[in-house]
Design a protein around this ligand. Structure first.
Ligand SMILES: [Zn+2]
Length: 346
């Protein structure tokens, strides 16, 4: 998952649309053929469909939007696999001009159901990073459980742990309170966090059925099928902790557990890793060293890209990515990929 980052004001939609129409975005892309552009998705779903009751900010695109984006990527970029990237890092392989990599974090079932057919139809490789404790399980990530409770609550006010008395008059205000609670939970220990999460259904008067999160995450057989059809699997830890908040030995344990589990399930080596949350405070030298020692050849943050190829080789365990959201229009998507937003104000 990712956070809603505090960002400086973005370029306005009309300006981006004008840039798009005038070909400015394409020009920005054309004059920088030696960048590596790594796209980052989480979920491919309609966040406003009937019955969508989990964490909306984790939706990167609808299926239709994703298909349009993949058409754009197929036309403008040369999509490479994670294996090709590792060969490049090791000096055994040249990258094509305008190289791009498509990645997904967490391992949601919609990656298999919605994204995979679109990728397959265009013959595009991708990497999906799995948080292995959640694969094939009905156990939700804490942000999905919290979203579920806020979605189904009938109350309009509550005394919330960490935030105190809160009220919300409409769905938008309720989402804001929910997001603040999720951000506050990321700053406390796992034990305290679990205590808050356990109390929340009762505080908000919501019953959570055992099967509430069935099919939210992909199964191991889905994962195996993906890995046999051009989609590489990478590790994203076992339990999705923020790695700077646990001991170095626990970091190694999380890394090895997720790597070994995937390798045992699919019978192929796992080369790549993605840091949970991926912001600068979510990794440090010790964590990166542990990633190296666990045997990963490439690792990805959520600091904004694209990145020069020479920097990718030097910093192959902290490769930048471009975080995508269902709120991105096609001009904004094109601008993000061309690096315009990184240069102009993010
Ligand atoms: Zn994640």
């Amino acid at each position: 998952m990712t956070t809603l980052h505090n960002r400086r004001p973005k370029r306005s939609e009309p300006v981006l649309l004008l840039f798009h129409k005038l070909g400015v975005l394409d020009l920005a892309r054309k004059i920088t053929p030696n960048l590596l552009t790594v796209l980052n998705y989480h979920r491919i779903d309609d966040p406003f469909r009937e019955g969508f009751d989990t964490f909306r900010p984790n939706v990167s695109s609808t299926s239709a939007g994703f298909a349009t984006q993949m058409d754009h990527v197929s036309r403008k970029y040369n999509v490479i696999s994670g294996t090709e990237l590792v060969a490049f890092i090791k000096g055994r392989h040249q990258l094509p001009a305008h190289a791009a990599i498509i990645t997904f974090d967490d391992g949601y079932y919609d990656n298999y159901a919605n994204a995979y057919p679109i990728l397959k139809a265009r013959n595009l490789p991708a990497i999906i990073f799995l948080a292995t404790d959640f694969i094939g399980s009905c156990k939700p990530f804490f942000w999905d459980l919290i979203s579920y409770c806020f979605f189904h609550t009938k109350t309009e006010q509550a005394q919330l742990p960490l935030l105190g008395a809160q009220s919300w008059a409409d769905g938008t205000a309720r989402q804001v309170v929910m997001q603040r609670l999720i951000e506050a939970l990321k700053k406390i220990s796992d034990m305290e966090k679990q205590k808050v999460i356990d109390q929340l259904p009762q505080i908000l008067g919501v019953g959570v059925p055992d099967k509430a999160f069935k099919n939210l995450m992909m199964s191991w057989s889905d994962a195996k099928e993906l890995s046999e059809n051009g989609i590489e699997l990478g590790a994203h830890t076992a339990s999705h902790p923020i790695l700077t908040r646990i001991s170095p030995d626990a970091v190694s344990e999380e890394l090895l557990q997720s790597k070994q589990r995937i390798e045992a399930e699919i019978g192929k080596p796992v080369l790549s890793f993605a840091y949970p949350n991926g912001q600068s405070s979510d990794l440090n030298h010790e964590v990166v060293d542990r990633v190296h020692r666990a045997g990963f050849h490439s690792a990805f943050t959520l600091l904004p890209g694209p990145t020069r190829r020479s920097t990718v080789i030097k910093n192959h365990l902290t490769i930048r990515r471009i975080f995508l959201s269902y709120t991105d229009s096609l001009p904004r998507f094109a601008a993000k990929l061309a690096g315009l937003e990184r240069i102009s104000g993010r």
